[in-house]
Design a protein around this ligand. Structure first.
Ligand code: PLP
Length: 406
């Protein structure tokens, strides 16, 4: 074990570690990955059904992406956004096609996009811009963004204020103004919450960090209708659920929605930090030079990676892969007496157990070489890479079944 690993708390020695203790002390240090497999500092192999929390959709150390990173790093990594670079335009076109259901449109030019894209570096940053769009693209008196209880939108101050998780607000009070959290799934509560200051409704189609809770089609369609009737923007946070994770390019597409703003991150870089906001052109037109920016946003290295990610997702039909993973997990786990229900879509699932033992199950799974996330006291979240093979899914399920049956 390296001394760094010891300092990280891997041996329970956290006191000398110069990293802020914002995460629970880790007890494993990972050195290497390949697809769905990881190896720790002791050489032990794990199956990774956490997938970097829905980031590693194309698997760890994907060789095609590694090649692009190497090539682009040796060519150009960053220049100021005063100037254009090679890949950003292409990625923006592909994102527009994915959002608008035109991903298989072969024409790259002339192509008439419905929206425009801003590149950032993370999910929280994507949401920050969504909130600014809600303020700038509506009338001056409107600024409030309505979000759902239990929702998660990131850790920067405004994104935190948007999260429907008051216990996360308390240590950092007072929160920035202009956010209202309402009971999720309750259309009356949404209707009642709208007032003359409301600018937008902002929803995760499937709440990820909140416990993998899908909103129903009925609720989402009514929320969209309400936003149209009351002159609000309808925005979706697809940071976790986007880019083939749920078996569609975006989770909102399961419900035939037509959002004004879509926040994207996680899988876009398959581990390389990049995020994006897609916004309808007429709303984007409310912004002018100087209204927003990011030093690293849209850099040629990040966009080269995103370009390859989107190309692979399209070529390999990752939506289908996510659907197959869902089928296998549902078929193999549903019959277990300890499993109350399985919720979510594609490779974004939660297994609800009959007892509050998810932490113990996840700890035992890790000891047995399987990484899963205890998302609530009673539920396990599975977000494996979409490239996980049938054999690997079965291997992971056997580990889980062994633990639940013991
Ligand atoms: C739906 C959603 N939005 C935003 C975020 C924040 O993303 P980041 O950690 O990249 O800032 C997350 C992270 O888990 C998320 O799941």
């Amino acid at each position: 074990m390296s001394s760094h690993a010891e300092n990280m708390g891997v041996n329970g020695e956290l006191q000398n570690c110069p990293i802020m203790p914002t995460y629970a002390a880790p007890n494993i240090m990972f050195i290497r990955g390949e697809g769905t497999e990881l190896w720790d500092s002791e050489g032990k192999r794990y199956l990774d059904f956490v997938g970097g929390l829905a980031v590693q959709s194309l698997g760890h150390a994907n060789p095609e992406i590694a090649e692009v990173i190497g090539e682009q790093a040796g060519k150009l990594t960053q220049v100021s956004n005063y100037w254009a670079t090679e890949h950003a335009h292409h990625v923006a076109v592909e994102i527009d096609k994915a959002v608008t259901g035109n991903i298989n449109d072969p024409s790259s030019s002339p192509y008439n996009p419905i929206g425009q894209v801003f590149f950032c570096n993370s999910g929280a940053e994507a949401n920050e811009l969504a909130f600014k769009i809600a303020r700038k693209a509506t009338s001056k008196s409107k600024y409030t963004v309505i979000t759902a209880n239990d929702s998660f939108h990131g850790r920067t101050l405004a994104a935190l204020a948007a999260c429907g998780q008051p216990h996360k607000h308390e240590p950092f009070a007072p929160m920035p103004q202009g956010f209202k959290n309402i009971e999720r799934g309750d259309i009356e509560a949404l209707n009642d919450a709208i007032d003359e200051t409301t600018a937008a409704i902002h929803l995760e189609p499937i709440l990820g960090e909140g416990g993998v809770w899908p909103h129903t089609s009925d609720y989402l369609l009514k929320a969209q209708e309400l936003s149209r009737d009351r002159g609000l923007l309808f925005m979706v946070d697809e940071v976790q659920s986007g880019l083939c994770r749920t078996g569609e390019w975006f989770a909102f597409q399961h419900h035939g929605l037509n959002p004004d703003v879509v926040c994207i991150a996680k899988a876009l870089g398959n581990g390389f930090p990049i995020g994006a906001v897609w916004v309808k052109r007429e709303l984007a037109a409310s912004f002018e030079a100087g209204d927003h920016g990011s030093t690293y946003g849209g850099n040629p290295l990040g966009t080269a990676v995103a370009r390859k990610v989107l190309e692979i997702m399209k070529r390999d039909n990752c939506n289908k892969m996510a659907q197959l993973i869902e089928e296998q997990i549902r078929t193999s786990m549903a019959e277990l007496p300890q499993v109350v229900s399985i919720r979510g879509n594609g490779a974004m699932l939660a297994i609800e157990l009959d007892k509050a033992i998810s932490k113990e199950v996840a700890a035992k799974a890790s000891m047995n070489g399987l990484l899963i996330n205890p998302i609530t006291p009673t539920a396990l979240r599975l977000t494996p890479p979409l490239t996980t093979s049938e054999h690997q899914i079965q291997e992971g399920i056997q580990i889980l079944k062994g633990i639940l049956n013991a």
